[in-house]
Design a protein around this ligand. Structure first.
Ligand code: HEC
Ligand code: HEC
Ligand code: HEC
Length: 156
């Protein structure tokens, strides 16, 4: 192949590669977030009446909780869920994964906070979900998550 044909050939191959990659990218964008930093004041500033930002939780293993850790642990949860639909353990009242993924996260959390006593109760809301489950699972003698403050708030 001479240089020009070669370049055209590469451009065509490149075009196909892009086309092939596109559906993968959009499927990932729609998928459940793998790891997230939980800092409501920073991430969801549109929620009204939040307390002053004092703490956050870095590198929360979101997908690992939803797909692995929560399986078989319904009885330790503050909010009801099933092994087939774990989302509602931490997104109280959620109807489906699809609904959660297509909604505005701040609107979803804002509504959940309202139901749980208002956005001033941010700490209580999250401790009720996260720390309560860890405490109960630990008490049952099963591998659990942190219950001490630094275990959640001191993470990189
Ligand atoms: C063990 C707790 C837990 C489980 C289970 C869980 N999530 Fe989450 N998720 C969170 C937390 C905490 C946040 C950040 C604060 C918030 O939005 O409530 C979050 C945020 C999200 C967000 C918004 C992400 C962003 O960009 O801000 C989506 C979408 C989401 N979760 C979907 C899901 C779906 C779908 C499931 C079930 C397959 C699920 N979650 C299961 C705890 C959980
Ligand atoms: C219904 C129970 C349940 C809920 C709700 C829950 N967890 Fe956990 N979490 C677990 C279990 C069980 C483990 C340990 C799994 C293992 O090691 O096998 C764990 C592990 C962890 C760990 C350490 C391991 C890792 O992957 O980083 C952290 C940090 C953690 N959870 C944070 C949180 C936070 C923050 C929330 C709330 C947004 C939360 N968890 C909600 C059950 C729960
Ligand atoms: C299992 C995880 C976990 C443990 C253990 C934990 N917390 Fe939290 N805490 C959270 C999460 C998640 C939030 C919500 C953070 C956010 O949205 O910015 C939170 C919020 C807070 C807030 C409010 C932060 C703010 O910016 O408004 C304070 C204060 C706090 N925790 C203190 C503590 C103290 C003190 C301890 C120990 C006695 C502790 N936490 C243990 C997960 C945990």
């Amino acid at each position: 192949m001479d240089k020009i044909v070669n370049r055209r050939f590469l451009a065509i191959i490149g075009g196909f590669a892009l086309l092939a990659a596109m559906p993968v990218v959009s499927a990932q964008a729609k998928g459940i977030p793998q790891v997230i930093n939980i800092n409501t004041q920073v991430n969801m500033a549109s929620i009204k009446g939040l307390p002053r930002d004092r703490k956050h939780v870095n590198s929360f293993s979101h997908a690992q909780h939803a797909k692995v850790y929560l399986k078989g642990k319904e009885k330790y949860s503050t909010y009801p869920y099933t092994d087939a639909f774990t989302c509602s353990a931490c997104h109280p009242g959620a109807k489906s994964a699809e609904a959660l993924l297509s909604a505005d996260p701040a609107a979803t959390l804002g509504a959940a906070l309202d139901k749980a006593g208002g956005s001033k109760k941010l700490m209580k809301y999250f401790h009720n979900i996260c720390r309560q489950c860890h405490k109960k699972v630990k008490k049952a003698g099963i591998a659990s998550g942190p219950t001490n403050c630094n275990g959640c708030h001191g993470r990189k």
